[in-house]
Design a protein around this ligand. Structure first.
Ligand SMILES: NC(=O)c1ccc[n+]([C@@H]2O[C@H](COP(=O)([O-])OP(=O)(O)OC[C@H]3O[C@@H](n4cnc5c(N)ncnc54)[C@H](O)[C@@H]3O)[C@@H](O)[C@H]2O)c1
Length: 128
């Protein structure tokens, strides 16, 4: 997202997380993750066209494209425990989007552990 903001200065990119401490860290001098060059990249565009917030509903209402990139950990109980993905975070994100914007046109999903077929089904369900 920081790279999109850097390469597309006319586009406003807002990163939303429900985890306030993590958003606070993204807004601080001590970023929550390390990648070579990330510090300079984020600090160069943060507050210009890159923003971090927990205010999901406002950002959903204002956005043209919504990238969903929530964690989908392996299920620890129930059907598929030990190998299937727990998609409760994805479901919550989808429900929040659906509550605010029933007419979202473009909703890319970034989910590593969910199989492609499932991603496709989720995407179509969300878009319609
Ligand atoms: N990190 C990578 O290099 C990488 C690469 C490819 C794909 N992915 C996939 O991208 C997704 C995210 O990866 P990550 O490394 O950023 O995971 P992460 O666990 O570091 O971050 C996910 C964040 O989503 C937040 N979240 C959960 N539910 C939410 C909701 N309903 N609304 C708003 N925020 C919510 C969590 O609080 C958490 O901070 C995963 O599905 C992962 O498999 C990650």
């Amino acid at each position: 997202m920081a790279m999109i903001a850097r390469k597309c200065p006319t586009v406003t990119v807002t990163v939303v997380d429900l985890w306030k401490e993590r958003i606070d860290a993204w807004n601080s001098d001590e970023l929550p993750i390390y990648e070579p060059g990330l510090d300079e990249l984020v600090k160069g565009v943060r507050g210009v066209n890159l923003f971090f917030t927990t205010d999901a509903e406002r950002v959903i209402a204002e956005s043209d494209i919504i990238f969903v990139s929530v964690n989908t950990p392996t299920k620890t109980f129930g059907i598929g425990a030990g190998h299937a993905s727990n998609v409760k975070n994805l479901e919550l994100a989808a429900r929040t989007i659906a509550k605010v914007r029933w007419n979202v046109k473009l909703l890319p999903l970034l989910l590593l552990v969910v199989r492609w077929g499932m991603k496709l089904r989720c995407g179509m369900k969300l878009v319609l």
